[in-house]
Design a protein around this ligand. Structure first.
Ligand code: SF4
Ligand code: MG
Length: 331
């Protein structure tokens, strides 16, 4: 069957200091119906940029996007803005870390969701409100009729996040892109929102692209995982396999940085010294070389992404017969 989304060699270059710099380099992945794919990496790894490209929201002057991203067979790369506007909200919706960016402060939450519903079809105000209340209820909002009459700032962070997801789902998008949806929330609310994302595919038939820096979030939510480093795929595969037997030293380092269950989740990764190179300063070989405990001469040539069992790994170690140790505990 044709995947819902097939991204092939997606490459995004931006002009930086008078030259074109490749921010995202040949990223490929597919997303099936009702599948949740995690895109994970530190900040600056290109996760959000990938998502914005799929939404037609890269508006940097001089940006050059090449490769292919087929959504339901339709090419998104080079799609005119008018067509993108039509897709956004109706077919592809996005939720963010901060719901205040999705809502305006001056109208009630319910009114804003009503408007979103009415913008995409002939619906009376009364029917839209009934749908809004049902959606909020589906999102686990207690007393949805009352919450609908609140202004965004009157709601807790968790309720705001649920309301934003309700608004994103109001037009039954087949693809939901969630960019760090739980990063600002405490651990309990975070678990509830992740549970909600898992339920969406059952009850709404949605596929989800979940963008996060947190391997713990991936473990709890995603069928497959793709690890990005400096705009390049380091590793991808089924989540269980990636967690049990990471093939790329960066993946292993990310896994080592998962805090203990119920612990506070750090925004940074304490176990990997240093930070990813800015795309303009990316080394010619493997971009992880400066931070990698296994770096050696062979790493001076960029390793291609090659299959290893059920995973794909961009590292010279597997070809050298030097697999990383399997992890005894999964999360
Ligand atoms: Fe480390 Fe070399 Fe593998 Fe890159 S290619 S992750 S530097 S061992
Ligand atoms: Mg980001």
């Amino acid at each position: 069957a044709m995947p819902l989304l097939a991204v092939r060699d997606l490459t995004i270059a931006l002009p930086v200091g008078g030259r074109m710099v490749t921010i995202i380099d040949s990223v490929s992945f597919t997303l099936g119906a009702r599948e949740i794919l995690g895109i994970v990496g530190e900040s600056g790894s290109g996760k959000s940029m990938t998502a914005l490209a799929l939404m037609g929201l890269i508006d940097a002057p001089g940006a050059r996007i090449t490769g292919s991203a087929r959504f339901k067979g339709r090419e998104l790369v080079g799609l005119p803005q008018r067509a993108f506007r039509d897709l956004r909200g109706r077919e592809i919706a996005m939720i963010f870390q901060d719901p205040m960016t999705a809502f305006t402060p001056v109208y009630t939450v319910g009114w804003q969701i009503d408007e979103q519903i009415r913008a995409h079809g002939r619906v009376t105000r009364k029917d839209a409100r009934a749908r809004t209340i049902r959606l909020l209820g589906d999102m686990g909002v207690p007393d949805p009729a009352r919450v609908a009459d609140r202004y965004p700032h009157q709601l807790s962070g968790g309720l705001r996040q649920r309301a934003m997801i309700a608004m994103a789902l109001s037009c039954n998008p087949s693809l939901l892109i969630a960019d760090e949806p739980t990063t600002a929330l405490d651990v309990t609310v975070q678990a509830q929102i992740l549970d909600l994302l898992r339920r969406l595919r059952r009850e709404y038939g949605s596929s989800v692209l979940l963008i996060t820096h947190d391997m713990g979030v991936v473990a709890e939510t995603c069928d497959r995982t793709m690890v990005l480093y400096s705009g390049i795929i380091a590793e991808r595969g089924p989540t269980g396999a990636v967690f049990a037997r990471p093939g790329h030293p960066y993946t292993a380092a990310l896994l080592d940085s998962i805090p203990p269950l119920h612990g506070a989740r750090p925004a940074r990764l304490p176990s990997i010294p240093g930070s990813p190179p800015a795309p303009a300063d990316r080394p010619a070989g493997c971009p992880f070389t400066p931070r990698c405990a296994y770096a050696h001469d062979a790493c001076a040539v960029r390793p291609p992404l090659l299959p290893r069992g059920v995973q794909d790994i961009a590292c010279v170690l597997p070809a050298e017969g030097r697999d990383l140790p399997a992890r005894c505990a999964t999360v």
